[in-house]
Ligand binder design. Structure first.
Ligand code: MG
Length: 455
């Protein structure tokens, strides 16, 4: 059975892998899953194909009997906010996040504003593949209402974050995407001097690739230095992710932004719990330890983090890409709030961004991969567990091996025939050594399993 949903939602090249017909089926399947009733918030990013998918999905939803609250072009955190603000039963966000402009995607959301549960995705996938959807009779077709979610969202944030105590100069690069609608304005309202770049909406992303990697945001780095700004802020295509550039033009690692925000946000809370995935840096464990709290590590993917938070609660969630979840505000990765909370923390520290970053211990991370056929991944993983049995192991997602001075993560990709090998340590030599050990064991195990006769 083909798997439609990836780590989060469905994604593909427009009119090749992802068609408006599929969008219609997705809308109809969601309406069927919701038994033909209820209200669904629908938002979309700035891509040139997004309106096409909005109309297709909306047609599917109302054909299946659901009402639609159309919030228009919005960042993903605004869609999550709108679901709760307008008391919707679900949400659909049309976005391919950080992918280039020829892509688009569909992410489903639950009534609490968090990622749709995996069981729900599986059920919707079944309805689509079996074409077992149900249409409403003509007089039960749903209604479409337009709503402004941006105004209450901005108001909601300004009610939560007091005006900054120091006037910082911030360069903001929103990749010509949806962050442009909220982040520059919020920063100005909170008292920053804002220099914006790539903040005109344009779905072809002429300014830069929407993934905020150091390579893609070089212009931002240069601009921060050239303008003598205190920092730079960059979003991805749907503003659920944030990159921070220091005053020297260097990009901070996402998990360090997460850790700095966590330290500031959780200080004074009793035994705070942070939920994140298995691939995040140990710097987060350090912060949790210092706060007298703990870190719970889940499978990789926002739906898995959201599930853990729903079931067991926590004070803060997030991912190593620089996406923090503030459960008392929203159950989604909140790129906009992450940027604001980071600046709030920075001002409170009284430091420059580079000095603020140095308040955390330094770690070195390596990332490698090897080819591995999908059908032997499970056996390779079992064999790896045997080979590393004398160490502290965690098999929540792939195999994480913890050493006294670092860790290794050997994780099969869910979408490609590859095995990833991450290592982290406090110095680069040890990180490299662990990576070599991981790659050596991976190759040996893949060879052993691959050469076994099939029965
Ligand atoms: Mg994103």
């Amino acid at each position: 059975m083909p798997k439609l949903f990836g780590t989060f939602g469905v994604r593909g090249v427009v009119n090749q892998e992802l068609t408006p017909e599929f969008g219609f089926e997705m809308g109809l399947a969601l309406a069927t899953y919701m038994k033909g009733s209820g209200k669904v918030a629908v938002g979309y990013d700035t891509r040139t194909s997004s309106v096409m998918f909005e109309q297709a999905i909306t047609a599917g939803l109302i054909s299946g009997g659901c009402d639609v609250v159309a919030i228009g072009t919005s960042p993903t955190p605004v869609l999550s906010f709108a679901i709760r603000h307008f008391s919707c039963d679900a949400g659909v966000m049309i976005t391919a996040s950080h992918n280039p402009p020829q892509y688009n995607g569909i992410k489903l959301w639950d009534s609490d504003g968090g990622a749709f549960p995996r069981e729900g995705e599986r059920e919707i996938e079944r309805i689509i593949l079996e074409k077992s959807w149900k249409r409403a009779p003509w007089d039960k077709i749903g209604k479409i209402g337009k709503a402004d979610a941006l105004t209450p969202y901005i108001k909601g944030i300004l009610n939560r974050i007091p005006k900054f105590k120091r006037k910082l100069k911030v360069v903001v690069d929103c990749a010509n995407a949806t962050g442009s609608l909220v982040t520059p304005r919020l920063l100005r309202e909170l008292g920053c001097k804002v220099i914006s770049m790539n903040c005109q909406i344009d779905g072809t992303f002429p300014g830069r690739n929407p993934e905020p990697t150091p390579e893609n945001i070089k212009e931002l780095s240069k601009t921060v230095v050239a303008c003598g700004a205190d920092l730079g802020v960059a979003h991805d295509g749907d503003a659920d992710r944030t990159a921070i550039v220091n005053e020297k033009g260097e990009v901070l690692a996402g998990d360090r932004v997460f850790a700095l925000v966590a330290f500031h946000h959780l200080r004074g809370k009793k035994n705070p719990k942070i939920v994140t995935d298995i691939s995040v840096s140990s710097v987060l464990d350090d912060v949790a330890r210092e706060l007298g709290g703990s870190v719970v590590k889940t499978l990789v993917g926002e739906p898995e983090i959201a599930r853990e938070i729903r079931e067991h609660g926590c004070e803060l969630g997030g991912e190593g890409t620089g996406s923090v979840i503030f459960p008392d505000w929203a159950l989604c990765r909140e790129g906009v709030m992450t940027a604001l909370k980071f600046i709030e923390a920075l001002i409170q520290s009284g430091k420059k961004v580079s000095e603020f970053d140095r308040t955390l211990p330094q770690y070195f991370l390596t990332k490698q991969k090897i080819k591995c056929p999908n059908e032997i991944k499970g056996q390779v993983l079992n064999l790896l567990s045997e080979r590393f049995a004398r160490y502290k192991l965690n098999r929540v997602d792939g195999l994480r091996v913890d050493f006294d001075d670092g860790w290794l993560l050997l994780r099969p990709s869910g979408t490609e025939p590859i095995f990833r090998c991450f290592s982290e340590a406090k110095n680069s030599e040890r990180a490299k050594e662990l990576a070599e050990l991981g790659m050596r064991e991976l190759e040996a195990c893949a060879k052993t399993v691959g050469s076994k006769p099939k029965n």
